[in-house]
Design a protein around this ligand. Sequence first.
Ligand code: GLV
Ligand code: MN
Ligand code: MN
Length: 434
Amino acid sequence: MDFDTITIDGSRLLARLDELSKISAPGVGVTRLAYSSQDIEARKLLGTWMKDAGLTTITDPVTNLIGTRSGTGLCRKIIATGSHTDSVVNAGALDGAYGIVAAIEVAAALRERELTHDLKIVGFSNEEGARGSAGTFGSLAIAGQIEPGDLESVDVEGMSIAKRIQNAHGSPEHLKDAVWEDEILGGFIELHVEQGPILSVAEIQIGVVEAITAQGQFEVEITGTANHAGTTPMSARSDALVAAAHAILAIESLANPSSDPQATVRVATTGRITSEPGVRNVISNRAVVTADIRDTDVTKIKRATQKLASKLSAIAKETHTEITLRQVQLLDGTRCATEIVAAIDYASNLLGKATLRMVSGASHDSQSIAKIGPVGMIFVPSIDGLSHSPKESTLPEDLIAGAQVLLHTILRLDTSLGCRDNPQTKQKWIRGKT
Ligand code: GLV
Ligand code: MN
Ligand code: MN
């Protein structure tokens, strides 16, 4: 088969995306929370497709699903691709799913093709952190960035990540066995829908990601005093929910350049609010709001967080409440590797696809994997820029084009990667469960 004629099976890619999207909790769109029965079922199906593509599969201790095939070179590295299997609540069918299903199609297309380097297809677990605990957990574990204490962080239902992983048939006590040896990763490429409007407005099919945003996740906890809604004078209240309302506006203002001239590209969001006891005629004694702050680097997020802390202490004073600000997770901004960007450019050019250089405002597993090797990302357009929404969609021809670019990027990397000196270290791959 010639280099330039090899192709993925586009109709099967679309059919499989559709099939995978049906594995969802009830409700609008796709809900496949990390470690849920739906996520486990999705991985089972993906594992079957991986095996059909000629891959040997394992599930590692933190429940990442990994399919591998060996290359033929004497001094080979790993070329890896994939994305996450979990989703937010009421998501679309593509965020994460596209990158892993397309990766399997690429492996299937390459089944009869000799590759110099080893190929790994990864379905990362818990990228979204949608249960309220830290996200990109599976990829951080691969990159050796998880400390045993992180396993104890609890979600909104009060359950620790360790317990969730156990329930999903993982073995958190073997966390260290999920770590990849950094010197053997030749490159990781993640294919993803853009999740924003830029490509669709520009009518360009392929985004070549140069950098990924830094992200800070926080919880603001407010303690007030429960009291009667009819008899407590307005001046005598310690109302946690009123303080939460002020806190939400303070979070939003962090991204307002007129209140912070540094906030030129910063975004700040409150996605969740809870209040106790949650009764119409009782003043709230406890409220929690979340803050998601993104900027080009963590230093800027840390500065914004200091501002938030001082705004919150003013709010606490004004509302006679107590407020604490807790960091859930801080992810570094990431630059994609020039050699991977070049390989994506090469593949797009070969296929006659126009490209646009981009910065990703969404976080991705690629950020974690960048800690142990070169990474790059390929984006395809999201219609109307919608994502984390049941309305998320991408034109079928764009989905197929992205997968084709991924295939040729991998072929390009397979020829352009240098050889390793010590093939023995390859044996130190993941020691996970089959
Ligand atoms: C992941 O989807 C994120 O950017 O929050
Ligand atoms: Mn997402
Ligand atoms: Mn995603």
